[in-house]
Design a protein around this ligand. Structure first.
Ligand code: SAM
Length: 257
């Protein structure tokens, strides 16, 4: 069994998100950020058939696509997360690496803030399989602003998330997509303001020492990191900006490297 199919890694992912499901939507501002969600809906274009919210969590992106007129389905490994999103659209429980869907089923696949947990080559092959020819795949993730904050941000993410398989820059995401035959046709990048203190209040999978370490890594970051992320301490809350990239892609089998 591969690393993050149904093996031990998958069980750890399920356990982590089961514990976080209840507070997930208040754990960070990005989860319900209207501008960020709208960026996905705009990238999707006019509704035209079935859309898959891949690793849908509580289904914030899928809900917005449904409101825009798409027929949405979801897939998530974690039953507790799927229990929330399935209040809004049909959600299957399973691995993105082996999707329980027929080939050529979806006009659109969207995957927000989940690539760091996935066996990406396998998942991209699955996305290519379930998309109709010429279908759209929208990928979004928090990434460094540039080379100057990348090293410190990677350190923070590795301390915060022991299940992180890969830390991506925006450029690395584009390269991974291109190698799998996906061409980026539109890119949006913008900031979402977050409380690192709140993020850590909603991380029950971490012990108190690790939660404090994450807050300290941001609070006492190198000056160049603080400048890019606009780190501030207000009323005891450590605040910073996160950089988001939303990539709209199309799959061209002939481009596969
Ligand atoms: C950070 S949450 C993002 C949820 C949602 N995409 C959103 O933007 O609100 C990551 C989600 O990916 C799911 N996940 C992680 N690994 C997965 C896998 N291999 N297959 C399917 N879902 C997975 C988790 O259960 C979790 O719900």
């Amino acid at each position: 069994m591969d690393q993050n199919d149904a093996g031990i890694f998958g069980e750890r992912i399920k356990g982590q998100f089961a514990a976080r499901a209840e507070d997930f939507e208040v754990s960070a501002n990005w989860v319900c950020d209207a501008r960020l969600i709208r960026a996905h809906v705009e990238a999707a274009g006019p509704p035209g058939g079935e859309a898959l919210d891949l690793c849908c969590g509580t289904g914030q992106v899928g809900r917005a696509l449904k409101a825009a007129g798409w027929a949405v389905k979801g897939l998530d490994l974690c039953g507790e997360m799927a229990a929330v999103s399935s209040r809004y659209f049909p959600v299957s429980t399973g691995a993105a690496e082996a999707m329980p869907f027929a080939s050529g089923n979806f006009q659109l696949v969207v995957c927000r803030q989940s690539f760091q947990f996935l066996n990406v080559p396998k998942v991209l092959a699955e996305i290519a399989r379930v998309l109709v020819p010429g279908g759209t795949f929208i990928l979004s993730l928090t990434v460094p602003f540039c080379g100057e904050d990348a090293g410190w941000l990677s350190k923070i993410h590795h301390v915060k998330q022991p299940l992180l398989l890969e830390f991506y820059t925006a450029q690395e995401l584009v390269e991974v997509l291109n190698r799998a035959g996906f061409s980026v046709v539109a890119t949006q990048e913008f900031r979402v303001r977050e409380s690192v203190t709140q993020w850590m209040r909603c991380a029950p999978e971490l012990n108190a020492g690790v939660r404090a370490q994450v807050v300290d890594l941001v609070k006492n970051a190198p000056a160049v990191y603080k400048s890019w992320h606009d780190v501030q301490v207000t009323d005891g809350e450590v605040l910073e900006d996160w950089n988001w990239v939303v990539l709209k892609t199309v799959f061209h089998p002939q481009d596969k490297g």
